[in-house]
Design a protein around this ligand. Structure first.
Ligand code: KIV
Length: 259
């Protein structure tokens, strides 16, 4: 087993797994110093490409951004989201996942859960492709943003889903927008780590979209804590640059190449 994955597994019930998304080398290089997992998320569709959902991002887009992210990664586990349609059946999933692994040299791929993709996970894992699952709010298949696992029946269904994913051989599962009790029960009942987003502190680890937590994306649901306000910082810098150019303060003699 990949050493980085072993390390992630060993953190269950010991220390929190820390994870964020990246789409480029410059951000990945910073994240890599601190994080356990860097995810090249299909959230790039919304964040970078201004699309209304994640459905149209292509495998080529994902591979291209992963090649950039990979250049910034030395120690974290690099996980790549498989875009919608790229794992619609076992054959297609195997072909595309192999392509992603070969071209990007990432450590693992992530699949959102749809009714029957346990078989796909099983097959990929047997082909030595490490898989991270993703349940609850899965934007590739569900339109509405809501809280999952609010009734006993729903918790039971989500738990079954997580257990099937675990049985199929996934090494971790993202729990997106799960009620705290659901996240707690699933995290306690399965042996692989759970990585939460909007799913409380009961998960074994946390993930957020980096542009959201940096205050850059403009998307701030209740579960996002803004750890910075980069929109404001960047705007201030651009304003200052504009003023300096107009006032002929920039460039000055110290910026002359032959000065
Ligand atoms: O695409 C993404 O960024 C994700 C995370 C939000 C888990 O799937």
């Amino acid at each position: 087993m990949n050493k980085k994955i072993k390390k992630i597994l060993s953190k269950k019930n010991k220390s929190k797994i820390v994870s964020l998304t990246a789409y480029s080398k410059s951000i990945a290089k910073i994240l890599d110093k601190y994080l356990d997992i860097v995810l090249v998320g299909d959230s790039m569709a919304n964040v970078l490409y201004g699309q209304k959902d994640t459905h149209k991002i292509s495998l080529e887009n994902i591979i291209q951004h992963t090649l950039s992210v990979k250049m910034g990664i030395k120690k974290s586990l690099l996980v790549v989201d498989m875009p919608k349609g790229s794992y619609k059946n076992t054959k297609v999933a195997e072909k595309n996942a192999k392509l992603v692994m070969k071209k990007t040299k990432c450590d693992a791929i992530k699949l959102e859960s749809d009714k029957n993709n346990y078989k796909i996970i099983y097959k990929l894992v047997r082909k030595k492709i490490p898989v991270m699952g993703h349940i609850g709010h899965t934007p590739q298949f569900k339109k509405k943003f809501k809280i999952y696992g609010q009734s006993k029946d729903e918790i039971h269904k989500l738990l079954k889903e997580a257990q099937m994913i675990e049985k199929a051989g996934a090494f971790a599962i993202v729990l997106e927008c799960l009620a705290p009790e659901a996240a707690k029960i699933i995290t306690n009942k399965i042996k692989i780590p759970t990585i939460g987003i909007g799913s409380s502190f009961y998960c074994d680890g946390q993930i957020l979209v980096t542009d959201d937590m940096l205050g850059l994306s403009g998307f701030y649901p209740k579960f996002v804590k803004k750890f910075a306000n980069l929109n404001r910082t960047i705007e201030k810098a651009v304003k200052k640059y504009t003023r300096d150019v107009k006032l002929k303060k920039f460039p000055s003699t110290i910026n002359f190449l032959n000065g």
